[in-house]
Design a protein around this ligand. Structure first.
Ligand SMILES: [Zn+2]
Length: 361
């Protein structure tokens, strides 16, 4: 498990609302103004390559998006291999785009498949068959060539153990060898992923997605017959707005059982990456042990969980308490909000790219 990151900052004792963009803005400004400014300045003239590894559902997208909001989207390029493949998949429909892609692949792709075979593999893509790595690298290379020197956040590469070596020499392959590169490894215990899936509810009419524990709608009702609480859809565009109960999606009651193989493969990849030498690793940890929380984090940085009660008229009363989970080692831990995890990323990235001894340069 990764080291616990201390997100407390001397002389910053205010409480920030980490659920709103304005609250987060103030939070980052108070806790990491210097690092953010220096990173922005650094990225005016430099870039980097980062490989993000996390278990499915661990919040890779949330973290990287929040980071982009702080640093400035124009300085960063988020390359999701899944999206790249989907775009290519879509562009095959368009004759001109298809032709441009064919020309590019013809000049750049190296591998055993013919272009037609590679396209077949792409078009008949099942989620379980992976495209040949050489083909993916060529598609990613094309994506990178269209960039204008932004810092690169790779999502979905390396996907498996066989792609790790490519990531180690990715800079050379992509002609980016002057850019610093590093891994970003995210650790979220299975108990957190499991609870998030189990708490998920959607509106059957409009598919509005919320969480009975972490993200509510405006109205919550108590059903005395079943002694259960229900979120009511509050999407104004929904015909069931104000009436329809949000329900669990089929299979969600099983939590992460259905994706256990995938989680284990992801975990194996992260553990392997942790052992790699010669390439820096930034480690993001979602939890803090309950008995150490006070020395490492501020109270509002801990994820709250909603709890419900009802009065004699069956009116719902909502309160919150810190969400306690089982850490990977089985001990009690708090799950952190996204913002403090991103804060730890900013500080580690700053130390990595700029260091502490260049102050005032
Ligand atoms: Zn709805």
């Amino acid at each position: 498990m990764f080291e616990i990151f201390n997100t407390k900052v001397e002389n910053v004792s205010e409480t920030f609302d980490l659920n709103t963009p304005a609250g987060r803005h103030e939070y980052f400004h108070q806790k990491a103004a210097k690092e953010i400014e220096e990173l922005k300045e650094y990225l005016e003239h430099n870039s980097f390559v980062s490989f993000w590894l996390a278990k499915k559902g661990a919040g890779k997208g949330t973290y990287s998006k929040m980071f982009s909001e702080i640093i400035g989207e124009e300085r960063l390029a988020h390359i999701s291999v899944g999206d790249v493949v989907r775009h290519v998949h879509a562009s095959v429909e368009d004759e001109q785009a298809k032709k441009a892609l064919y020309t590019y692949l013809d000049e750049n792709y190296r591998g055993t498949l013919s272009l037609d075979e590679a396209f077949d593999a792409l078009i008949n893509r099942e989620t379980k068959t992976l495209l040949p790595t050489e083909f993916i690298l060529t598609l990613v290379k094309r994506e990178i060539e269209q960039l204008d020197g932004q810092g690169i956040m790779m999502d979905g590469f390396p996907r498996g153990m066989d792609q790790i070596s490519y990531s180690l020499y990715f800079r050379e392959i992509m002609n980016l060898r002057h850019d610093p590169d590093f891994f970003v490894l995210i650790d979220v215990p299975d108990s957190v992923l499991d609870a998030r899936v189990k708490a998920r509810v959607v509106c059957p009419k409009c598919q509005l997605s919320r969480s009975i524990k972490f993200l509510l709608t405006k109205d919550i009702i108590y059903d005395p017959e079943t002694d259960t609480y229900h979120l009511i859809c509050d999407n104004p565009a929904c015909e069931g707005c104000g009436e329809e109960r949000l329900v669990a999606k089929e299979g969600d009651d099983l939590g992460i059982e259905g994706i256990r193989d995938r989680l284990e493969a992801d975990d194996e990849l992260i553990k392997y990456a942790l052992r790699l030498r010669g390439i820096p690793k930034l480690t993001l940890r979602n939890t803090v042990p309950v008995d150490q929380a006070q020395s490492y984090v501020d109270e509002y940085e801990i994820t709250p969980e909603f709890v419900f009660d009802h009065n004699a008229n069956n009116e719902v009363e909502i309160s919150t308490k810190p969400w306690v989970v089982k850490d990977s080692d089985g001990s009690d831990a708090y799950s952190l909000m996204a913002a403090p995890v991103v804060l730890s990323f900013i500080k580690q990235m700053h130390a990595q790219l700029i260091g502490d001894d260049t102050m005032g340069v």
